[in-house]
Ligand binder design. Structure first.
Ligand code: ARG
Length: 491
């Protein structure tokens, strides 16, 4: 598409207006500079509408055919990059109609029968959102798959698990990776839910009260790949919940990515040395020759603010709006587009960084038992042998204190020292390796190796199901937007 200069006004307000728009008001009220991104949705929506007008005999069938053919010519302009628009077009709906008039003349005037830009913009935005959510879902899937692969490749590697950023108890590195896979699986569910809410067609609501023609809304919905039609014309026009649902789902993805990035940034530092981010996903310093910076992770973390900001901005935009349409609502689009663009940029680079990341197994294993992270296991052993857990906690707590004072670890203690601590320890010593401690947590959701191995399998099955949903709905989208779309055939 090309952006022209502001020429004579093409606005279609008609006879009510005696004056031409003020130039500042014209560019201020225009949305064409951003909503041109929905040009395909707009054309396709018009194609479905005009097909239905012809089928229902609301306009003559040959006019409908002329208009549809003209709309596909506009589509060709778009594909060829020669669709020109300017602020005089106000928005994408007007721009498409203006171009159509240039191409087919008077017949164009019948397209907007039984339709308003209000139901049109809601319909376009919903179609655009559905497609965007599918693309984002693919990105979420791929990142989750990369995390599951890292889990599988390092399934036997212990590491410290943390609370309060203090070493708490050993866990498998794979268990830690799978925690993020769970977050991303919930993110995918949220995307699906947001997609379902967007999958309702407002067209037929007119300006807001419905229309006076015998339109067939169900056939238009089927033609456009919508699963349902809206139930209330006023709600359908005023509702931007689906935009907020999408923004919330996107914000949650960023929140999870941001937490992961935070950990990777720490883990790749000289203090931790848990992982090595590959050179390909790092940057250098202009002054310090030794530096390798985790810039990708930092920028991905930093992008979170703008996505959440777009959610907050849209909340505030909708708040206090009376029913039904208000032009404030055209402010939803830049927020939505920016959030989608941001997450679509973040996910693949995160996936690449995760897939190429090296895990320092020895360093992780060595850190796993530091800071007395096996103390709970010692207390558990006492409790299993009849000591009240609170008392066991006290005994082991005193042991930790005396070890710290003597600069010793549990491994340094002799059999006699253990026995002196508690009679139970004379018979059996507590787990002294990370893997013993880890494998003792053999319950659903626990970090024991067999549990984690089957969790990897289960996660991969979940990802396969996610992929099937994406493929199915992508196919519907592709079919709907192909030139030879089957028309009003049901899904
Ligand atoms: N440009 C508007 C939007 O982006 C669509 C037109 C809405 N209708 C109206 N009466 N201004 O939401």
């Amino acid at each position: 598409m090309t952006e022209g200069t502001s020429g004579g006004s093409a606005r279609l307000w008609g006879g009510r207006f005696a004056e031409r728009p003020d130039q500042s008001a014209e560019s201020f009220t225009a949305s064409i500079m951003f909503d041109n991104r929905m040009v395909r949705e707009d054309i396709r929506g018009s194609v479905a509408h005009v097909r239905m007008l012809g089928r229902q005999g609301i306009i003559p069938a040959d006019d409908a055919a002329t208009i549809e053919a003209g709309l596909w010519k506009v589509w060709d302009d778009v594909e060829a990059g020669t669709f020109a628009f300017s602020v005089a077009d106000e928005d994408i709906h007007t721009a498409v109609e203006r171009r159509l008039r240039e191409l087919i003349g008077a017949a164009q005037g019948k397209l907007h029968t039984g339709r308003s830009r209000n139901d049109q913009v809601a319909t376009d935005t919903r179609m655009w959102t559905k497609f965007a959510l599918l693309r984002v879902a693919q990105g979420v899937h791929d990142l989750a798959a990369a995390l599951a692969d890292q889990a599988a490749a390092n399934v036997d590697v212990p590491m410290p698990g943390y609370t309060h950023t203090q070493r708490a108890q050993p866990v498998l590195f794979a268990h830690h990776m799978l925690a993020y896979v769970e977050m991303l699986r919930r993110d995918a569910e949220r995307l699906q839910q947001a997609w379902s809410r967007a999958d309702v067609m407002p067209l037929g609501s007119g300006a807001m009260a419905g229309v006076t023609y015998p339109i067939d809304r169900a056939s238009v919905a089927a033609d456009l790949g919508f699963g349902a039609i809206s139930r209330n014309s006023m709600d359908a026009i005023a509702d931007r919940d689906f935009v907020l649902d999408a923004l919330y789902a996107l914000s949650m993805i960023q929140l999870h990515v941001s937490r992961l990035c935070e950990e990777l940034i720490w883990w790749s530092s000289g203090e931790f040395r848990f992982v090595q981010i590959s050179d390909a996903f790092s940057t250098g310093s202009s002054i310090m020759p030794q530096k390798k910076n985790p810039d990708v992770a930092e920028i991905a973390r930093g992008k979170t603010g703008r996505v959440v900001g777009n959610l907050m901005g849209t909340f505030m935009m909708v708040k206090g709006l009376p029913l039904t349409f208000n032009s404030d609502m055209q402010e939803d689009k830049e927020s939505l587009y920016e959030a989608v663009d941001t997450v679509e940029a973040v996910l693949p680079v995160m996936t690449g960084m995760l897939a190429s990341m090296k895990v320092n197994r020895e360093r992780l294993a060595e850190a796993a038992t530091g800071d007395f992270s096996l103390a709970t296991d010692a207390a558990d052993l006492l409790a299993r042998n009849g000591v009240a857990f609170r008392e066991a906690h006290e005994v082991v707590g005193r042991l930790v204190r005396s070890c710290i004072e003597q600069n010793k670890t549990f491994e340094d203690l002799t059999d006699e020292e253990w026995a002196a601590l508690h009679p139970v320890f004379a018979v059996q010593k507590p787990p002294l390796t990370a893997l013993e401690s880890i494998n003792a947590r053999d319950i659903p959701g626990g970090t024991a190796t067999p549990r984690v191995s089957s969790a990897i399998e289960e996660a991969r099955e979940g990802l396969t199901a996610m992929q099937q949903w994406i493929d199915r709905e992508m196919a519907v989208r592709t079919r709907t937007f192909s030139r030879n779309s089957p028309g009003a055939s049901p899904r």
